[in-house]
Design a protein around this ligand. Structure first.
Ligand SMILES: [Zn+2]
Length: 142
């Protein structure tokens, strides 16, 4: 677990974004801040706006995922607000009400419902709630 890095965490969120709303996260792999205690990259928005994502070094894997998830969530919500006012990721229990919240659930960084506290999926494992049938999502080869 010591190899958890910002690119790894961004891949988890990239997966969740593409799986749920088909949004492709655009990352500029250059430091957003010059601080040896912080790992950082830029997220690039539709209007070429840039938002820095910061990852404090020395965090546990779960803490790192939660920190980055919150940054990415803020970024995506601002991005989507321009288009459709979306809550990302939408809480599947309360659709159209609020987004899921990143939270440490028994040591796993998890999307949860902020209202009733129910776990939705581990971060990096979101999938579109099937409207019909049951489409298996491919497991990342590991
Ligand atoms: Zn909810």
């Amino acid at each position: 677990m010591s190899s958890t890095s910002l690119p790894f965490v961004l891949d988890l969120l990239r997966h969740d974004l593409e799986a749920t709303i088909g949004y492709r996260l655009s990352v500029l792999p250059r430091p957003a801040v010059f601080d040896q205690d912080v790992d950082s990259v830029w997220l690039v928005g539709r209007a070429r706006s840039r938002t820095g994502v910061l990852a404090t070094t020395g965090l546990s894997t779960v803490e790192l995922i939660l920190q980055v998830a919150e940054h990415v969530q803020d970024f995506v919500q601002e991005e989507m607000a321009v288009v459709s006012g979306s809550n990302w990721p939408e809480c599947p229990i309360h659709r159209g009400t609020h987004p899921a919240q990143p939270k440490d659930v028994d040591g796993v960084a998890t999307w949860t419902c902020p209202e009733v506290g129910v776990s939705i999926a581990p971060i990096g494992k979101l999938h579109r709630v099937p409207d019909e049938g049951n489409r298996a999502s491919p497991e990342p080869g590991r």
